[in-house]
Design a protein around this ligand. Structure first.
Ligand SMILES: C[S@@+](CC[C@H](N)C(=O)[O-])C[C@H]1O[C@@H](n2cnc3c(N)ncnc32)[C@H](O)[C@@H]1O
Length: 379
């Protein structure tokens, strides 16, 4: 057995141990598809910057078959990797990557693919996920689209080198696949602030759409069933995942926050972690209460604040073991959070997977347990 095949087996064992990979077809795909063909170069984190890694570097192959997300592009700039190679680690925001194998496994299984299905992937990136899909479904059944022509060119070459030739096109995935084909399954490997309606019209009635949501608080994975008339309905999934957004769905930079005075600070019973940490049960509901709000990290002391596009903000700190907040702007965001916490307790502390999603031409909303009752906007 080759070294890469051994490392692939080890990765599969880890995914089985993590309980994210179960289906024999996907186990076979992860064992067979050579991830290293799709990742001859990438970035690794280096103290807040990004270091360039090349296939000739020691440890390259082991990193390729680690459980990590491997960033392959920063700030949409194809030259940044060479720059980092020449000058040392560079700053930047990831704009393409090969996602964590665990979230890939979760999403592929949640897609519930059956033999004969036509599958569309939005966000080709390196092409690795398209290769996994091609292994499982047959490349002739798979279409993949990315907005970045350079990435599509490289992905096509690497897919062919690995023995797969799915339809691989340049385009805005928010418009579906350029050829306008109908699909049984649509998988978006980026996140969206709202569901592009083209996905629903390009999915056969009863077909499934799996995507992550670009909600800065309470994001996560959803699966929709396409309706007869370009509508969709589905659920937030218990298994969670966070992805970089589609280009047009990126959020603007937050303005610097004001410094509160000593008298602005008040004690609170809620730690910031309960609102922003994906592992916390309340996080999803907190996001429903404050659509548009997002956490920002303060570089000076690593504390986390919340900001809203309307100019509202919350700073948070620990003082002598107690949680304290200061807030400002047109809306008292932390009061919204605290009353949402009471609301959530009264509703019986529902987990994220008790929430459903309805998408029609004129509204996109969440509901609890059954459609028709109380709703919250998706965005
Ligand atoms: C997390 S990466 C996808 C990883 C990929 N599936 C893989 O296996 O390597 C997200 C990708 O979405 C692409 N993207 C961003 N906006 C897009 C859009 N509007 N339409 C299609 N692709 C888009 C980015 O260029 C990036 O390659």
């Amino acid at each position: 057995m080759t070294r890469s095949a051994r490392l692939r087996r080890r990765l599969v064992e880890q995914l089985l141990d993590e309980d994210v990979l179960h289906a024999p077809e996907w186990i076979a795909a992860f064992r067979a598809v050579p991830r290293h063909v799709f990742l001859p170069r990438f970035f690794t984190p280096a103290g807040g910057l990004w270091a360039a890694v090349d296939r000739d570097d020691p440890g390259w192959l082991e990193t390729v078959y680690s459980r990590d997300v491997l960033v392959t592009q920063l700030d949409d700039d194809p030259d940044r990797w060479e720059l980092a190679r020449r000058t040392g680690p560079v700053p930047g925001t990831p704009t393409s990557s090969s996602s964590m194998p665990s979230i890939m496994a979760i999403m592929l299984e949640e897609l519930r693919v059956r033999d004969g299905h036509r599958v569309l992937e939005i966000g080709t990136g390196t092409g690795y996920n398209a290769a996994l899909l091609s292994h499982r479904c047959g490349a002739g059944q798979v279409s993949t689209v990315d907005i970045d022509p350079l990435l599509v060119g490289l992905a096509r070459e690497r897919l062919a080198a690995a023995g797969y030739r799915p339809a691989c096109e340049v385009g805005d995935g928010a418009l579906g696949f350029p050829a306008g084909t109908l699909f049984d399954r649509v998988l978006c490997t980026a996140s969206v602030s709202s569901i592009p309606l083209a996905w629903l019209t390009q999915t056969v009635p009863g077909g499934l759409i799996v995507t992550t949501l670009n909600r800065p608080i309470g994001a996560g994975l959803i699966r929709l069933v396409a309706g007869e008339d370009g509508t969709g309905q589905g659920h937030v999934l218990a298994r969670d995942g966070r992805f970089m957004p589609l280009r047009a769905h990126r959020l603007a930079q937050a303005d610097p926050l004001p410094r509160p005075s000593r008298d602005d600070w008040e004690q609170t019973r809620l730690p910031m972690s309960s609102v922003i940490q994906p592992r916390k049960q309340f996080e999803f509901f907190a996001g429903l209460a404050m659509p548009g709000a997002r956490p920002v990290r303060d570089g000076t002391d690593d504390s986390v604040s919340l900001v809203h596009p309307d100019g509202s903000w919350v700073r948070h700190r620990k003082r002598g073991g107690a949680d304290e907040v200061a807030q400002g702007g047109p809306r008292a965001l932390w009061e919204l959070v605290e009353s949402a916490y009471v609301d959530w307790c009264e509703l019986g502390k529902p987990d994220r997977d008790r929430f459903g999603v309805t998408v029609t031409e004129d509204r996109q909303e969440f509901w609890l347990d059954e459609p028709g009752g109380r709703t919250w906007p998706l965005g």
